[in-house]
Every structure is written in structure tokens, then in C-alpha cells.
Design a protein around this ligand. Sequence first.
Ligand code: UFG
Length: 332
Amino acid sequence: MSILVTGGAGYVGSHTVAELVQKGEDVVVIDNLSTGHRNAVLNEWAIPFYQCDIHDTARVMKVMTDHHVDSVVHFAASSLVAESVHDPLKYYANNLGGTRALLDAMVSCDVASIVLSSTAAVYGSPRRVPISEDANKEPLNPYGETKLAIERMLSYAQQAYGISSVSLRYFNAAGAHPTLPIGEDHRPESHLIPIILQVVLGQRDEILIYGDDYETRDGTCIRDYIHVCDLASAHYLAVSHLREGNTGSYAFNLGNGSGFSVREVIDCVRAISEHPVPALVAPRRAGDPAQLVGDASLAQSVLGWKPTRKDLTQIVADAWRWHRTHPDGYQG
Ligand code: UFG
């Protein structure tokens, strides 16, 4: 039995592959390398890698059959909020269409469990924080909208074809593997912590703070930063949950339950890197909710998930180690 990881050459995907390999699982990765990096799937893991698009149902089916796949962990998607606003059809095609094609392959190959990389963007601007899973789902952009539609498609697929699923709604993924040479490398980068670290590395002149007039303690947006290795461990637990025979369509928040403002994150990077970080206040970024903090108690009680790298200092220190040693990201 092996686990197929789609998008395993991406940021959360590669850290999840590391976790699954470390747990002794047989893993096979497919990734079309449109945003992923071949070198994020480490040679030392000695696992099969296929450069393959999830729309290629025949090829995906062959991989499933050849490797006796019983579970899928599905990351392959377009995941940039701003891009989704400018090119929504790309998101409907890649995310919704891609997952539909993947489910076709699963139905044909009798693969009956899938763990979905989902997002807090399904909630939109929350009425209350911390956000629990039953909060209103009112996505503010096509990225969140397509992830929510996928979650719903999975629920219908469960009723119709018996495919059970766990959707994991991440808050702000951050950090890097503490010992392996894998980390965050988006091109172009749009996420807060790597951008601040680019300032430290001299690759940018300053960090722009998108709005300081929010109704928060210092006027800047508050987010719940969760270590990428803690996200990875949740995927292993979710696969195990389904393998234990739990049928249904589950959804869990993955966050630490504590929020940090943009200014607090910048201060933390200054302290860890011992480097000045010039910051300028800029206009608000469209579609940014003031506060996103997750209540992950359901994942803790049902999956037994327990984040172990909760401290923002540790998250930033791990990110800094990766960016310091890989200032230009992956080579290849
Ligand atoms: N920010 C800045 N300056 C920057 C970059 C970001 O001030 O140069 C601010 C943003 O305005 C936001 C915070 O830093 O308030 C965090 O921004 P990120 O872009 O790092 O992350 P987001 O909270 O926008 O996005 C995250 C995930 C998305 C997911 C979204 C849910 O990265 O995948 O949460 O709303 F969709």
C-alpha cells in the first residue's frame, strides 16, 4: 500500500512527504513542476517521482495501479490569492477541474481515501475569532471559493462513490524543516515571513506593511502562523484516520490558536536575524481580513494532532535558517 502525494514538490507537499517517509510509509509523488521544485523531493528519500499533471487521468491511473496506491494526499493546485482574482478561470480549471480528474482516476482505481490541502480562505472575513469549522464560509476570492467547492465535491463524492476525505484548512503556513534542506520558495514570493527575510538578505529594500488602520491591537493584520512541519504531521494523522476505517467527509482547522500582527512578525524577524528591517506603511491589500486565528481543537480531539513548534520565534528561526542557507531558493 502506498500513498500518492500530488503536488509533493511544493512547500507543504514536500514537508508532508518528509513526514510520511519518516513514518516508514511508501510514498509516490506526482507534480507538474509548474510551481514546485524537483529538488524539494530529496534523492535520499529514494521515492518514485513522476512529472505529471493531475488532469492526465490515464497516467495518474497507471501510477495508482503500479504503486498499489490506497490513499491520496492532494496538494496539486494553484494557490495565490491575488493571482486567483486576476485569473479566476485558471483556478477553476486547475483546482476544481484538476481535482475532478483526480477523483475520476480514484473511482476507476478503487482508491477510496483522500486528504485535501484546504485553507482558512474558505471562511472569508470571519465574524468571530478564533474560527471554528462550523463558521460561515464566505470566501473573498476565487482561490478560497475553489477550495470550498472542492470540499463540497468531496462530500458528494463520498455519498456517490464512497470516497472518504479529510480536508485540512490551514491558517498561515510558515517555517521550514529544522534538519532537512527543504523550505519555502514561491516565485514571485508573496508571503509575509519570506518577504521580510528577503529584506534581511538585501534582496529588497524594505517591507511594505499593507495597512496599519485595521481594528487590531497595533492596527496591522493579525494571522495565525503554523509551522509547516506541524501541518505535515496532521496529514499523516489524517491518512491514518481514514485507514482506520472512518468513513465520511471531515474538515479540520490547522492553526496554533494565537495571532500575531504584521508588526510583531517584523519585530520577531529583527530579533532572530539581528538585522534592521526597514518597514514602510502602504495601503491595505485588497481582500485581507483584519484577523484570522483558528480554533484547531477538533483536529486535536479527533485526529490527536498536537502542534509541537508553536512558538513564533521557532517558526521564524527555522524559516531564517532555510533562507540564509538558500538565498536563491531551490536550484532546479
Ligand atoms: N503582508 C504585508 N506585507 C507583505 C506581505 C504580506 O503587510 O509584503 C501582510 C498581509 O497583508 C497579511 C499578512 O501580512 O495581513 C500575511 O500575509 P500573507 O500573504 O503571508 O498571508 P495571507 O494571510 O494573505 O494568506 C494566507 C495563505 C493563503 C490563504 C490565506 C487565507 O498564504 O494561502 O492565508 O486568507 F488563502
